[in-house]
Design a protein around this ligand. Structure first.
Ligand SMILES: CC(C)[C@H](C(=O)O)[C@@H](O)C(=O)O
Ligand code: SF4
Length: 470
């Protein structure tokens, strides 16, 4: 019988399946961080249970960590407590921890792939919604709640019902200044922040196949922002080349065996999806969000949609979102001054993102009215950026290169955007208060963020690229 990629991986991991009940699904890799693991470890302690497969569990500290000097004591009490608990719990339960100061420390969704832990065909979970990122390798990867974290600790399995499948095809070539972040913001704007609810999404088509692994991660990362349970992309030569030689990737005979299996991981030509959507890459412009959910996005030259054009029952919440943002409906954002630019988060903090930004700002300087934070996704990304001299470029541009962590993606650490201020952010959520109380977030690509950094206002990056080339 023909199968989708999700079905192939799912079926290979079902321990037990019974009509009318969720499947018992085997989990290959369990990633953990300091926010959603403490209660789960407590649960084990209360039951007198060990972590069943500690070698398949990997921990890092990311959400609560300082990004100016991660070796200084954490000022905020809850943050410090959570990071300390992670250290203590990992030691007690025999789990490998890439904690503060470790050369592998970083955002959990950045370190898995870069260490060769994230592999095609795996099932991977983490108590974190953006676990969907790892799907870029052709893995079934999804976020779970704290009680499920405990379930996986205790059994290396999870009770899960098989998801519905959706295929999203993007074909054709992207225009100048348009990248993976624009693709995903475009899709979410088209189908809404609830458009993928209940589905596991497979991204396909020539525009997706042409993307690097890092760009594919940006796409899969934001699957959750349209309500999907996860997103994935069939592995191909780009995937295999990325993985080969990484710290924990299979090597020698193991590599050959793994590769032979990975090559079987694609949706069969006649496999049936529950839903199929198709988009044309040429229709996608640099994107920006104007509202308070990731579906409220538009091409940067467009006008914010009119309140009158919204469905009756949504008019009020739509207007509320625009009020929060301080924007008028049916207006353009071009030229609107911004206060902060944040380049980071598990969506866009990998080395290619930093290279793209550095390449763009070389010989330019940030505008006086903006504060620019560049927060690498991991210690390895930070080190690589320094090896390549990107730190010097950022410094000359007046950008601050900080240490790895979730940082201003969410106000759980010291990096907060002040109330009322506008931040062009490469992260994935623009919810009210997400980056700090009453902070206003505009989601965009690293290039669009960099353009705002140098002009101090919302800018169509294509205009600046024209100038450079012309
Ligand atoms: C803190 C964590 C549970 C949360 C998530 O699940 O996504 C965070 O990473 C986020 O991005 O909002
Ligand atoms: S970077 Fe942001 S989205 Fe990613 S895990 Fe951290 S808080 Fe969540």
């Amino acid at each position: 019988m023909s199968k989708t990629l999700v079905e192939k991986i799912w079926d290979a991991h079902v321990v037990k399946s019974e009509e009318g009940f969720p499947d018992i699904l085997y989990i290959d890799t369990h990633l953990i961080h300091e926010v959603t693991s403490p209660q789960a470890f407590d649960g084990l302690r209360k039951r007198g249970l060990p972590v069943f497969r500690p070698k398949q569990t990997v921990a890092t500290a990311d959400h609560n960590v300082p990004t100016l000097n991660q070796l200084l004591p954490i000022k905020e009490e809850l943050s410090r407590y959570q990071v300390d608990m992670l250290t203590k719990n990992c030691a007690e339960f025999g789990v490998e921890l890439y904690g503060l100061g470790h050369p592998f420390q970083g955002i959990v969704h950045v370190i898995g792939p870069e260490l060769g832990i994230t592999l095609p065909g795996k099932t991977m979970v983490c108590g974190d919604s953006h676990t969907s990122t790892h799907g870029a390798f052709g893995a079934i990867a999804f976020g779970i709640g704290t009680s499920q974290v405990e379930q996986v600790f205790a059994t290396q399995c999870l009770l899960q019902s098989k998801p519905k499948t959706m295929k999203i095809e993007v074909n054709g070539e992207l225009g100048k200044g348009v990248g993976a972040k624009d693709i995903i913001l475009y899709i979410i704007a088209k189908i809404s922040a609830a458009g993928g609810t209940g589905y596991f999404i497979e991204y396909a088509g020539s525009a997706i196949e042409a993307l690097s692994m890092e760009a594919r991660m940006t796409i899969c990362n934001m699957s959750i922002e349209m309500g999907a349970r996860g997103g994935l992309i069939a592995p191909d030569q780009t995937t295999f080349d990325y993985i080969k030689g990484r710290e924990f990737a299979p090597a020698g005979e193991e590599w050959d065996k793994a590769l032979a299996y990975w090559k079987t991981l694609y949706s069969d030509a006649d496999a049936k999806f529950d839903s199929v959507l198709t988009f044309d890459a040429a229709d996608i412009a640099p994107m920006i969000t104007y509202g308070t959910n990731p579906g409220m996005g538009m091409g940067i030259q467009e006008h914010i949609p009119a309140t009158g054009a919204q469905p009756e029952k949504e008019k009020l919440s739509y207007q509320k979102a625009l009020d929060y943002m301080g924007f008028d409906d049916d207006s353009s954002l071009i030229g609107k001054p911004v206060d902060y630019v944040f380049i980071g988060s598990c969506t866009n903090s990998r080395i290619e993102d930093l290279r793209e930004v550095a390449d763009f700002v070389k010989d330019k300087r940030k505008a006086d009215n903006v504060t620019v934070w560049i927060v690498p996704g991991s210690k390895q990304v930070e080190q690589q950026a320094k090896n390549e001299g990107l730190d010097k470029i950022f410094e000359a541009a007046g950008f601050q290169l900080r240490e790895p962590g979730c940082s201003a993606c969410l106000g759980m650490n010291e990096d907060k955007i002040p109330a009322g201020k506008y931040c062009v952010s490469t992260s994935n959520r623009n919810f009210e208060g997400r980056q700090g109380q009453n902070a206003r977030t505009l989601l965009a690509s690293p290039l669009t963020a960099a353009a705002a950094a140098v002009t101090g206002k919302i800018t169509d990056v294509r205009d600046l690229l024209d100038k450079v080339e012309g």
